[in-house]
Design a protein around this ligand. Structure first.
Ligand code: PHE
Length: 352
């Protein structure tokens, strides 16, 4: 019986040493130590030997089992190290790396940054005001009387909230012009009224209107200028808008202003920029050579008065254009549905 145990041990050890991989090592383990393995079976035969010899036999059997287990653990460790080494040899560190995909800012954000930079160069400060705003700032203080039909042009979203006695209901800002009165209030609170009031605001913000079709999204962006100072005239307005158009669209572009109507500016204008394709001569794209950019005008004396500014002493101009609109016009993007901008479609976004 003892001899049998010794020969099992020797056989097991040589199998273990010969095992080339973890799988065959596992097989060897089963072959000797498994339920019907050779060693297990031999140990079961303990009942066949005389009781006085059993103790000795048992001790030897345990020793053999321990030796086999140790050898398996040792070999297992060696095989693991070996396979790791092979793996390491397979990695060629001189191979070019795999570039992780890099995101970038949304093209509207890019446009906002660029527009802000252009205005900041000439002394404007970029600001933001609430996008959930009182009717007072969005309309009333901007010279829109209650129930005035001009309010309908703005397709406003109303917020279900308690009305304020003076400021009326809450709305989602339908234009950035709501920032005008906020800016005036802030400056008057800060400045001594006798000191020279000097506002150069650039308000870039989200606007909301009840509109959704191929050329409108319910949320869009506007950038609004507001300049208030002594002796501000239409020439300043024209100069600033011209500077912007040349900086954003290119040196060879020109602007013109056409009479228009807004409640909060007088006179009011629509601003056009020469078409980038024909530079104003007229072509199939623009027909007459000009592309419409957005509104502008001299701040209405009523707005100044409501804000607490003496219109005899101060004048100002304001303009409000759509970010998405100028972006489309510059890039010549032939997007047949503006809603694509906000659809989170990576195939589209990754092109910019
Ligand atoms: N708020 C106007 C609009 O949304 C644009 C505008 C701004 C016009 C400032 C005049 C002055 O259409």
């Amino acid at each position: 019986m003892e001899e049998e145990l010794i020969s099992i041990k020797n056989a097991a050890l040589s199998f273990i040493l010969e095992a080339e991989d973890l799988k065959s090592l596992e097989e060897t383990k089963l072959q000797f130590l498994g339920k019907s393995g050779k060693l297990t079976q031999t140990i079961k035969d303990i009942t066949k030997i005389p009781p006085e010899k059993r103790k000795e036999f048992g001790m030897l059997a345990n020793e053999v089992k321990q030796t086999i287990e140790d050898a398996i653990a040792q070999r297992q460790e060696n095989l693991k190290q070996k396979s790791e080494k092979i793996l390491r040899q397979k990695i060629d560190v001189t191979n070019p790396g795999i570039k992780p995909p890099l995101g970038h800012e949304h093209l509207v954000t890019q446009a906002i940054e660029e527009i802000s930079g252009i205005f900041e160069k000439i002394g404007f400060t970029r600001l933001r005001y609430p996008e959930v705003e009182w009717d007072w700032y969005a309309f009333e203080a901007l010279n829109f009387p209650q129930n005035h039909p001009a309010r309908d042009d703005w397709e406003t979203f109303f917020i279900k909230a308690e009305k304020d006695a003076k400021k009326g209901p809450m709305v989602l800002t339908p234009h950035t012009s709501s920032g005008q009165i906020r800016e005036i209030e802030k400056n008057l609170a800060k400045e001594n009224k006798d000191k020279n009031l000097s506002i150069r605001m650039l308000n870039v913000a989200k606007c909301y209107r009840r509109q959704s079709d191929v050329s409108h999204t319910p949320m869009f962006h506007q950038f609004e200028t507001l300049v208030i100072d002594k002796d501000i005239s239409i020439s300043h307005l024209k100069g600033v808008l011209d500077y912007f158009a040349k900086s954003y669209f290119g040196k060879n572009r020109k602007t013109r202003i056409r009479p228009y109507h807004f409640q909060f500016t007088e006179p009011s204008f629509e601003v056009d920029v020469t078409c980038g394709v024909c530079l104003g001569r007229g072509c199939r794209l623009c027909k007459e050579g000009w592309l419409e950019m957005g509104g502008a005008g001299m701040v209405h004396p009523n707005v100044l008065r409501t804000g607490g500014i003496d219109p005899e002493k101060y004048t100002g101009f304001a303009s409000g254009w759509g970010v998405e609109r100028v972006l489309m016009m510059r890039e010549g993007l032939e997007i047949d549905d503006l809603r694509l901008l906000y659809s989170n479609n990576l195939d589209f976004l990754e092109q910019f």
